[in-house]
Design a binder for this molecule. Structure first.
Ligand SMILES: [Zn+2]
Length: 503
C-alpha cells in the first residue's frame, strides 16, 4: 500500500491523480487515503485464512462443500468484528457436476479416442448418457464462422438417433442443442471455431436431456472431414448429476452514507471444485474484506454514499449469487444502487492490470450502461497518477457485474487475467512471459498462495480502496448523484455466463 503520511497524502494524491483536483469541488476524498490505511499484510492475512480453509476442507472452497461454508462464516465473522451487521443471503441454484471423466471416441470407419481437457470437454448442464451412433454434419461452414445448427432447416433430413456434429458460431449453444434435440439427436458435439484454441468451455444454460461435448477446432475439423466421406460413427459418454443446491452471498452495508445512493463493491467468494481458488478469487474477496475493515476510519464527508460490500456465492457455476441478488431486489431497491464495482482475480502471476471497458472503446463485449465510462476513468486516472500501466477488459459477462449491467446499472472494476495469453507488448509493460497464460493455474489445483503476484495485488488493492473511497464520497461523474430508475442503454448481449461461453 502507499506509504504516505496522512495530511501530506491528501495533497499528494490530489496532485498525482489527474482529475482529482477538479473533482475536489464536488466532494473528492477529504479524509486519510484509504489506500494507505489498507496494507498488503491485511490482505495476506485473509489470503492465508482462505488457503487454510481449503486445505482442511477437501482442497477447495466450491459451493456445495464445506470449504465454501467456512469461507462464508469467516467473512461474516470478520465483518461483525469490524462493526458491520452482515447478512447471509441464502439462495438455491441449478447444480451440475461431472461424476466421472467423459468419453469421446471414433468407432467407425477407423478407431480413435480423444483426450478430455485438451481435445474436448463436457458442456456445463450437459445431460448424462452413453451413445454410440452415426454422425450427421449439421450445416458445417466450408470455412470461417457459420450458422451451424442455428436454424431448423439445418436439420432437414437428419436421421433420428444420430449424433449432431455442429460448429460454434452465431447463435447460443443452447439454441443449437434445442434444435438438435427437436430433430431427434441422441447427442450433440459442438466443436470450436477456427482460430480458437482448445475445446469449447461452454454452457447449455439449462439441463439438456442429451450428452453435449465441445471438441477443439482441430478435432472437430477431422470429424467434419470424416463425416463428409461417410460412415463416421462416434461414441459420446457423459456422466453428470443435476439438482438444486443452496449457497449464500454475504452482504454488509456501511452504517453511514445515503441509503438512496448505494455503491456496491463485490467479489466472488467461491472457488471451483478443482482447487483452493486463491488468485481466483480469494484475492478479490480478501481485498474487499480488508477495505471493509478500514472504511470506518474515514470521516463523514468521505462516506456520503452508502457502501454495500458483497461476497457473491456460486459465481463459478455461472454468476448464480449475483444474479439471485439482483433478481430478488425490488425495483425501488434496485433504483437506489448507483453503481457496481467488481473485483475478480487481482494478482495473476503473469498478469496485466485490466480495467473494465466502461466507455466501450475496445468495441468488444456488451455496451455497458452510461456512467460506466466515468468509473473506468476513475481507475485509469488513479493508476496513471502512479505511473502504473493499465489495459482494458471487455464487459463480456465473465464475472458478477453481468446481472447489474443487464439491469442498466453502471459498472466497473479490475481483473488481471485468466487463461488468456500474454502478448509481447504486455510483457514489455508488466514484465512476465509473453506467450504464456496470465494465470497458468486458472481453475486448477495449483491456484495456491504461490500463484499470486503480490506486487500486482498490492497496487490493485490500492485501486480498490481508492475507487471505493472516491465513490463513497461522490458519484457525481457517474450518475449526477441522482438515482433515476436505470434503463439499459443497449440490449445485454453477453458472450459468457461467468467462466462459461454462451455462444
Ligand atoms: Zn473468478
Amino acid at each position: 500500500m502507499r506509504k504516505l503520511i496522512t495530511g501530506a497524502a491528501v495533497a499528494l494524491s490530489a496532485a498525482a491523480v489527474p482529475g482529482a483536483q477538479a473533482a475536489a469541488v464536488s466532494g473528492a476524498p477529504a479524509g486519510p487515503d484509504l489506500a494507505a490505511l489498507v496494507t498488503l499484510k491485511d490482505v495476506q492475512r485473509h489470503l492465508d485464512a482462505f488457503q487454510e480453509i481449503a486445505d482442511y476442507n477437501g482442497g477447495n472452497r466450491a459451493v456445495g462443500g464445506q470449504g465454501f461454508k467456512v469461507s462464508v462464516r469467516y467473512v461474516a465473522g470478520r465483518l461483525k468484528k469490524a462493526g458491520f451487521t452482515p447478512k447471509v443471503q441464502r439462495f438455491t441454484f441449478p447444480y451440475w457436476r461431472e461424476r466421472s471423466e467423459p468419453t469421446l471416441a471414433r468407432t467407425a470407419p477407423s478407431k480413435a479416442s480423444y483426450k478430455v481437457g485438451t481435445d474436448f470437454v463436457t458442456f456445463a448442464y450437459s445431460g448424462a448418457g452413453d451413445v454410440t451412433a452415426p454422425v450427421a454434419a449439421v450445416d458445417l461452414p466450408a470455412s470461417g464462422v457459420g450458422t451451424s445448427g442455428c436454424e431448423s432447416d439445418d436439420f432437414a433430413g437428419f436421421r433420428k438417433g444420430s449424433i449432431a456434429l455442429m460448429q460454434r458460431g452465431t447463435c447460443a449453444f443452447s439454441t443449437k442443442v434445442a434444435k438438435a434435440r427437436a430433430a431427434g439427436a441422441a447427442a450433440a458435439v459442438i466443436f470450436n471455431g477456427p482460430g480458437e484454441k482448445g475445446p469449447v468451455n461452454g454452457t447449455v444454460e439449462k439441463v439438456a436431456p442429451i450428452p453435449v461435448v465441445g471438441p477443439s477446432f482441430k478435432v472437430g475439423s477431422e470429424l467434419a472431414k470424416a463425416a463428409r466421406k461417410g460412415g463416421l460413427k462416434l461414441r459420446v459418454r457423459t456422466d453428470t448429476v443435476h439438482g438444486r443446491r443452496s449457497a449464500s452471498n454475504v452482504i454488509a452495508d456501511t452504517k453511514r452514507g445515503r441509503a438512496g445512493n448505494v455503491v456496491v463493491a463485490g467479489a466472488h467468494l467461491d472457488s471451483v471444485p478443482d482447487g483452493p481458488g486463491i488468485n481466483d478469487n480469494a484475492t478479490g474477496a480478501a481485498a474487499l474484506l480488508a477495505v471493509a475493515e478500514k472504511i470506518g476510519k474515514l470521516p463523514a464527508e468521505d462516506l456520503r454514499n452508502r457502501v454495500r460490500f458483497a461476497w457473491w456465492g456460486a459465481e463459478e457455476e455461472g454468476l448464480m449469487g449475483s444474479a439471485h441478488y439482483v433478481r430478488t431486489l425490488s425495483a425501488a431497491d434496485r433504483g437506489k444502487i448507483a453503481l457496481d464495482l467488481n473485483f475478480d482475480m487481482l494478482g495473476s502471476p503473469n498478469g496485466t492490470r485490466a480495467v473494465y471497458d466502461g466507455d466501450h472503446s475496445s468495441h468488444s463485449g456488451t455496451v455497458p450502461p452510461a456512467g460506466s465510462g466515468a468509473i473506468e476513468k476513475i481507475f485509469r486516472d488513479y493508476f496513471a497518477g502512479r505511473h502504473l500501466p493499465v489495459t482494458q477488459s471487455p464487459f463480456d459477462g465473465r464475472s458478477d457485474y453481468g446481472p447489474f449491467v443487464e439491469k442498466g446499472i453502471p459498472s466497473g472494476g479490475i481483473e488481471t487475467g485468466a487463461e488468456g495469453v500474454k502478448t509481447a507488448a504486455e510483457a514489455k509493460a508488466y514484465g512476465g512471459t509473453a506467450g504464456k497464460a496470465y494465470d497458468p493455474c486458472y481453475h486448477a489445483k495449483c491456484d495456491r498462495m504461490k500463484n499470486v503476484d503480490l506486487k500486482l495485488l498490492d497496487t490493485n488493492v490500492d485501486g480498490v480502496a481508492y475507487a471505493t473511497q472516491r465513490l463513497a464520497a461522490s458519484t457525481l461523474p457517474v450518475n449526477g448523484e441522482a438515482r433515476v430508475a436505470a434503463v439499459p442503454t443497449a440490449p445485454y448481449r453477453p458472450e459468457r455466463q461467468g467462466p462459461y461461453l454462451l455462444r
